[in-house]
Design a protein around this ligand. Structure first.
Ligand SMILES: [Fe+2]
Ligand SMILES: [Fe+2]
Length: 361
């Protein structure tokens, strides 16, 4: 998917001198972290199906959201002030490494949103102008977020070449329904992650070791608005949230052509009820965050947070928020929930250990 032009991606490139602890693509440009099951992904979808989506059922709400996007409340927010103008060499050793990893992961996730939304805005422009403009304005926000994070990386003498990333990362295909479940959740979990860190550091300014966290309050409002947009689109497509059908209705929908893609779509989207998919996406988004964050607990400790407590708070809030649109949420208070997640953490640690022994990613 060639979603960005060269001039757009050049905006994100910063040339500085790199520290030796990370592999470099070229001087000052960090080699992207190896892709694993837990790293942020780049997505592509069925743009034709997206363009054909009928949103009339919730058009008024979507128009109101578009008006909000046009206001561009954060137009002047992402401006680096004098607090950034100093040496950050006192953040060193493992903390520095974890800090750079945090910035890289966040930047990659924001950039992944930018690429997907930009491509959707281009593909839908003539067919579904309301959605296309919403996607264009959300891609504007994500480009700002990614650019700001990449500039922060340059404070640690490294940056990402997002143009290189665009061309060399693999793209995961998701059915449009899955794009909506997954992006809705990632926007809302993003909101809760940013605001939870912001509120914690507001109470404990002694742990605010780097100025980027000051920007999280307005920043997270962008993510909240993006999440509300996906919420409104799903409400415009009620079959995405509730699809009661009899056995015979399902049989009637069996695709007559033998194309593999149509069969896959039939079984995944038509046969299995949305409730199941919502549960699946809630669980995978929560588990991915939990495993990632616990692996980097020392980063959270550096800003005075306990990674477990932080994640539990973010999971509880996101789960509750998702309940406003999803037909089902997870019972995260069930005693087995975190017990089983902890087992995943242990298994992930074992996998990583054996991967590092064999040199696999
Ligand atoms: Fe963002
Ligand atoms: Fe967003």
């Amino acid at each position: 998917m060639s979603a960005v032009s060269k001039s757009e991606t050049q905006l994100f490139m910063v040339n500085t001198v790199a520290k030796p602890e990370f592999e470099e693509l070229r001087p000052g440009i960090k080699a992207p972290a190896k892709e694993t099951i837990l790293t942020p992904r780049f997505y592509t979808t069925d743009f034709e199906a997206m363009a054909n989506m009928d949103i009339t059922e919730n058009k008024a709400e979507l128009e109101a959201i578009l008006e909000e996007f046009r206001c561009d409340y954060n137009r002047h927010h992402f401006v680096r002030d004098e607090e950034f103008e100093q040496s950050w060499d006192h953040i060193d050793g493992e903390t520095r490494q974890l800090f750079i990893e945090f910035l890289e992961r966040s930047c990659t996730a924001e950039f992944s949103g930018f690429l997907l939304y930009k491509e959707l805005s281009r593909k839908l422009k003539d067919r579904n102008p309301l959605l296309a403009e919403c996607f264009a304005l959300m891609s504007r926000d994500e480009a700002r977020h990614a650019g700001f994070l990449n500039k922060a990386m340059s404070d640690f003498n490294l940056a990402l070449d997002l143009g290189f990333l665009t061309q060399h990362r693999s793209y995961t295909y998701f059915e449009p329904e899955f794009i909506f479940y997954a992006t809705y959740l990632s926007e809302k979990i993003g909101y809760w992650r940013y605001i939870t860190i912001y509120r914690h550091l507001e109470k404990h300014p002694e742990h605010r070791i780097y100025p980027i966290f000051r920007f999280f309050e307005n920043w997270c409002q962008d993510e909240n608005r993006h999440g509300d947009f996906f919420d409104a689109v799903m409400r415009a497509q009620p079959q995405m949230l509730d699809r009661p059908r009899t056995f015979w209705q399902k049989i009637k929908e069996i695709p007559l052509s033998l194309s593999g893609k149509k069969w896959a779509r039939y079984f995944m989207v038509c046969w299995l009820p949305p409730k199941l998919w919502c549960r699946f996406f809630l669980l995978s988004v929560f588990a991915t965050m939990y495993l990632n964050d616990l692996q980097r607990a020392k980063f959270y400790a550096a800003i005075g947070l306990d990674a477990r407590e932080y994640d539990r708070e973010v999971i509880a809030k996101t789960n509750e928020t998702a309940g406003r649109v999803f037909p089902v949420i997870l019972d995260v208070d069930h005693p087995e929930f975190y017990k089983r997640l902890e087992r995943c953490v242990e298994n992930n640690a074992k996998l990583q250990k054996s991967a590092s022994k064999t040199g696999a990613s």
